[in-house]
Design a protein around this ligand. Sequence first.
Ligand code: ZN
Length: 718
Amino acid sequence: MKKFTLAPIALAIALSGCGASKTESTQQAAPAVEQAQTIATANPFFAKWGTPHEMPNFSAIKNEHYLPAFSAAIKEQQQEISAITANKEAPTFANTIEAIEFSGNLLDSVSSVFYNLTSAETNDDLKALAKEVSPLLSAHSDDISLNGDLFKRVATVHAQKDNLKLTIAQQKLLEDTYVGFVRSGAKLDESQKEKIRVLNAQLSKLTLQFGDNLLSETNSFEVVIADKSKLTGLSQSVIAAAAATAKARGHEGKWAFTTQRPSITPFLTYADDRQLRKELYLGYTNRANNNNEFDNKEILAKIASLRATRAKLMGYKSHAHFVLEDRVAKTPAAVYELLNKIWPTALAKAKVEVNDMQKLVDAEGGKFKIKAWDYPYYAEKIRKARYDIDEEQTRPYFALESTLQGVFKTAQKLYGITVKERTDLPTYHDDVRTFEIYEADGTYIGLFLTDHYVRAGKSGGAWMNSYRKQYNMNEVDATPIIVNVLNYPRPTATEPALLTFDQASTLFHEFGHALHGLLSDGKYRSQTGTATPRDFVEFPSQVMENWMLQPEVLAMFAKHYKTGEVIPQELVNKIQAASQFNQGFATTEYMAATLLDLNWHSLEDDKIRDTANFEKEALEQWGLIEEIDPRYRSTYFKHIFSGGYSAGYYSYIWSDVFGADAFAAFQENGLFDPKTAKAFRKNILSSGGSDDALTLYRQFRGKDAEITPLLKSRGLID
Ligand SMILES: [Zn+2]
């Protein structure tokens, strides 16, 4: 069941960055907080925090507190569930559905702190604890979702749903609770449940093996170069890194390149030696496809087959039908329909890009036809000739502090909120800053935490998460505590933290997620903030990125950190133009992977497919050109065969459609039009998952999202 799984919204934006010199520490725990702590019992999870805004009292939490807190929290929820099933009264919405929703408060509080810290500030002890806690939580979650007596009560209430006079949010809660049980297998008989358990065990083994094989293949492949003249085109830093890689792999005095991104990407982009580019490229695209012990072809075909079998058992046509049922898309047909609309335009643009590159090859007297391993190399040549833009030109205009103020000012102009920094709240690390967020009329909204700098113990990437979600139920009016975690380089002795254009954009993006959590205004915790379907949740953040590129917004914050000069318009124009470059390729390779994912998971029988043929036929059916491979081919498509994205890789472009269409509303009505902003806040940011996502979108926009704004924003059409 969705509501019992606890994981941060991992927002997969890979950021490069490395630790530089020390930054000044910002705050210490307040003395008042420490006093409150001495009164509390030994385990701080067992009492109210007693801190301002009920901020978790990080200074009091020790690693030894987690396990007892988890055990007690699980026991508490077990008792709450037992009380529901033991209730002699007939099942009602209040004594069953709401009672389930209100259960597990302590578990929510312990899990929030624990899982935030295991991603933002972990260590070996926490990692070991996570391994201990994980089976406890999954057994606990199974105990609830497979509790036959509990499901009977839920089903009884559900059967009366049309006569209960429920609000929309209540109807949604009832439906989601019921469907959550059904999707966990509550309706199956014992022999079917046993079959599901066996299938799940097989799948878990195979998906792990898929990942292990891929890791082995990724680590083992290398191109070792002994002749320095073969390195032309590469920068000194890339060459130095290749020398270090060679040394580490036992080829001292030579240069080695691997299929890891930081190694292969600069090589394919800049290395002049075409034969070596081909060698490395084919090494990458043939991972786990070499007919050796690490081959994934049979494994993934088996995974697809078992998933189809499981879906059938659960009463669905295919695995994709099962997965998509509780997403915005609802059906595979709806996803195919969207992809069908975008695919021809993206492919046509990609063909133009290939043609441009072929002309360049011909003009240079190349006498060969562009191949997939030539794409990054010639695309870069064209990019450089057309846009002549360098990251070092833009970084001085995007100091972290002024960019953060730009984010706050943008939100203030849109939603009227104000921000006040506090330096007296307990935090889990000196890097963390805390901000109180207020309405224009001074009403307190919630706490916003930032944790910006890269450090050991923090996972890579950028994400938003909550320490407490907003909710207003069972006589508790909880204000949200939201965090943005990023991995930016620290300031140095001579420079503040300066961001690349993409990093600055990510700051806007993540604050879009933060607003989703902060401006949430709902009753039920399982529906508030970012509790929306996966193919919808990225959209409020994607919208937010758009403001950053507007000249009037840049004028508010993008000032040279030394001179205070606003970023020149000419530079902005170049950035904007370059951002649309090569989008035919980027969209096509992404969509080709999406189509592979959907084809594999739309199988309606358990027949084991021949992977090579299946993939070839799928891509031929869509007319993919040979100069482009899918972003992931089947044997190394970890997202779908070993991650959580099966039948879900389309989600990125799906929410991008909403993002582009929503921003078009602001472009039509005014960048800071109060009416549009109010409608966006009310229907999207405040509503969370309290109603059907498409209905909420229609209420905001007055119509369904269209794809034209997306095609325009990517430069695929004029
Ligand atoms: Zn995101």
